[in-house]
Design a protein around this ligand. Structure first.
Ligand code: APR
Length: 230
């Protein structure tokens, strides 16, 4: 039975109306990473950071999965659990599309975290610096997302899945951020067939055995149909 690990990035959600980071006019052209995506930035100005994530959470709440998300959910259902999505995205479009086995290595917009007691809960649409943790009451709540300089989530599970993958597919990511950018090398080391499905060649395109370029809403359903026909 084919064991498939899929890595997704902001590009898979672009056609659902959610901005990417490094494309022309992307999020990192509009905001300074050090202000909105680092622990230091949050300590300096928690309201600025909450406002940044509140805006993204509201946008993500309205977003609808596109045909790429839906095709992956269809493939997972047919593969009877032999498939894992590791997403760098903090939106929940994979889950909205019906995917079940999803690991958010950079956390989730819908998650809230208490920096004092590590309690986690479902975030309200708008978070503010004066929100109190439901468990310990401290007003040190933050979005449960992984910032630069912090350790991504689920790395042990991801390493285990990559070591057993027959196929590794990277979708909609620039390959600029580690450790995700090295997953292709890990999967290749364990003998997986590696595929990049992206709008244009990523920084790591040459490390993939196979590359297909185009909008995810087109090339992902095509690839999924080929997999289902195997
Ligand atoms: N279809 C397929 N790919 C697309 C599409 C599309 N419609 N639109 C854009 N892309 C591709 C771009 O060509 C680019 O390679 O998606 C990629 C988006 O790259 P980034 O904006 O860098 O996003 P991502 O790779 O997810 O960033 C990784 O960086 O800032 C951190 O935590 C953040 O998770 C994020 C991480």
């Amino acid at each position: 039975m084919t064991n498939i690990v899929i890595l997704t990035g902001a590009g898979i959600s672009a056609e659902s109306g959610l901005g990417t980071f490094r494309d022309e006019g992307g999020l990192w052209a509009q905001h300074r990473i050090e202000d909105v995506a680092t622990p230091e930035g949050f300590a300096r100005n928690p309201k600025l950071v909450h406002d940044f994530y509140n805006a993204r959470r509201a946008q993500a709440a309205e977003a609808v999965p596109n045909s790429a998300h839906l095709a992956l959910a269809e493939l997972e259902a047919k593969l009877d659990g032999q498939m894992l999505i590791v997403t760098q995205n903090v939106d929940s479009l994979h889950e909205k599309a019906g995917s079940v086995s999803v690991l958010h290595m950079h956390g989730r917009l819908n998650g809230a975290l208490c920096a004092s007691c590590d309690h986690r809960w479902e975030a309200p649409l708008r978070m503010t610096p004066s929100d109190a943790c439901p468990a310990c009451g401290a007003t040190s709540t933050r979005p449960d997302v992984v910032w630069f300089g912090e350790i991504p989530y689920h790395m042990d599970q991801i390493a285990e899945a990559l070591s057993k993958a027959d196929v590794f597919v990277s979708i909609g990511t620039s390959g600029e951020v580690y450790p995700a950018a090295n997953f292709v090398a890990e999967a290749d080391h364990f003998g997986a067939h590696t595929i990049e499905l992206n709008l244009e060649p990523s920084a790591g395109a040459s490390r993939f055995a196979e590359c297909r370029f185009g909008p995810a809403s087109e090339i992902v359903p095509t690839w999924v149909q080929e997999e289902l026909a195997r």
